[in-house]
Design a protein around this ligand. Sequence first.
Ligand code: FAD
Length: 408
Amino acid sequence: MQKLQPLDAVVVGAGPVGSYAALNLARRGFEVAIFEEHPAVGLPSHCAGHISIKSLKGLGLYPLPKGIVENTFCKANFHSPVGAKFSLQLSCPVTVALNRARFDQFLAEKAMSAGAKLVLGSRVPSLLMEEGFVVGVVTESGSAQDMVHSKVVVDCEGISSRLLRQAGLPTLKRSGLVYAVETEVEGVRDVEETAVEVYFGKSYAPGFYGWLIPKRDGTAKVGLATNTGNPRDYLKHLMAKHPVASRQLAKAKIKQVGYHAISLGGPIARAYTDGFLAVGDCASHVKPTTGGGVIFGLKCAKEAAEVASEALRQGDVSSSTMSVYQKRCDSLLNFDIKVMLRLRRFLDSLSDERIDEMLRVCGKLGVDRALRDVDEIDFQGGLLLRVLGKPAILTALAYFAMLYLQQP
Ligand SMILES: Cc1cc2nc3c(=O)[nH]c(=O)nc-3n(C[C@H](O)[C@H](O)[C@H](O)COP(=O)(O)OP(=O)(O)OC[C@H]3O[C@@H](n4cnc5c(N)ncnc54)[C@H](O)[C@@H]3O)c2cc1C
């Protein structure tokens, strides 16, 4: 094993979160290397790339260069398992569908332009530890292994999260995992170009939902996640039997398919230790309602880079300095995550009949009108507080509480 020069920071994984953490460290003048196990950034892609425009703007990442944004949306159609539909029309485009491979490549290129080094085809199987401190990583490329020493390791390895245990941190809750299938299809019909479709139903996507995200060329991203069984079988069932999806996808041809897990259980209790920070999917920085993790991951990556930079400047990367990262992530996410965990539990508890009833009631009460001016979808706890004063929302919440209490 060859011993290489020590770096300021090593980032594990060139997903969006890893590249953004590296970008923010490199911009501050630190020597950073990103190790990515795959030979190319962003591939294979495992994400629908449905992201809020306002959050991207807040991170300085919008507008994006040409070729990354596949579509913009100002509407969502929610379908019950027996055909009820609730449509939410917003007053302006609120979300985009991104080509995730291109988005990831864009962020990796930005990190490299700022001075970060990207090493492709290089897996990190383990951490280097000295007296309880993380002091670097072992990298593996084919049969060659190297030791890379660094003052800080920023773990952005995604859901696989193999390094957390070695760092002595809590790992992802298995009970919070759902298993997703994501496809690219051509030949969809009866879909509105600027609306995403959401399909509920225990026999179609138990523990989550199905989705259809149209592009502008007659193709779409279609997928679902489930907390039980094989997602591929559920997708076949959704495409063949769901009262709305089966019509929209009757002539659809699947061009591409991928499988990946999503962690809905809320962030791990502790995401730092001596010389080490965990960010993004590996720390479950993910919305428990929708499984969206790009924005939360990027926001935490920014915090991680700031805290690591300060620790490097002070020459103290011990837990006590790194704990500031935890405090910042907690204050950024905790309230919204708590609300979303409750919403997830509520949705999981509802029978198909109750979901059908709920969507019909939302339409009748004018919940769509009350939510018309919503301009972001990430911080759902804050969003709920902002709309709580509207009579339609209050009545709907009271009704949902009643539905919940009436569950057998
Ligand atoms: C089907 C599906 C649809 C989704 N749709 C959306 C959506 O519409 N909107 C949204 O916001 N989120 C969505 N998500 C979630 C989103 O994909 C993740 O939250 C996001 O990718 C997290 O980014 P990350 O950088 O933490 O992890 P990843 O994107 O998973 O990146 C991790 C990187 O680390 C690399 N890696 C892993 N282990 C190692 C190692 N040991 N050594 C070196 N490299 C390693 C991997 O190859 C990968 O490139 C979806 C997820 C799924 C499964």
